[in-house]
Design a protein. Structure first.
Length: 46
């Protein structure tokens, strides 16, 4: 990760919304409040 460059007079960042995020094995990120499931089609009609 690169270094952050703050600008003069810039206020603090609110990163609290990032604490409720989950990442799956494919790198997709979503909030914990949304249901998560993976489905794989095994055969037609199943």
């Amino acid at each position: 990760m690169g270094t952050l460059k703050w600008k003069k007079g810039m206020g603090p960042l609110d990163l609290s919304s990032l604490t409720d995020l989950i990442e799956d094995f494919e790198g997709n990120i979503q909030p914990e409040s949304e249901p998560y499931f993976k489905a794989t089609k095994l055969a037609d009609g199943v």
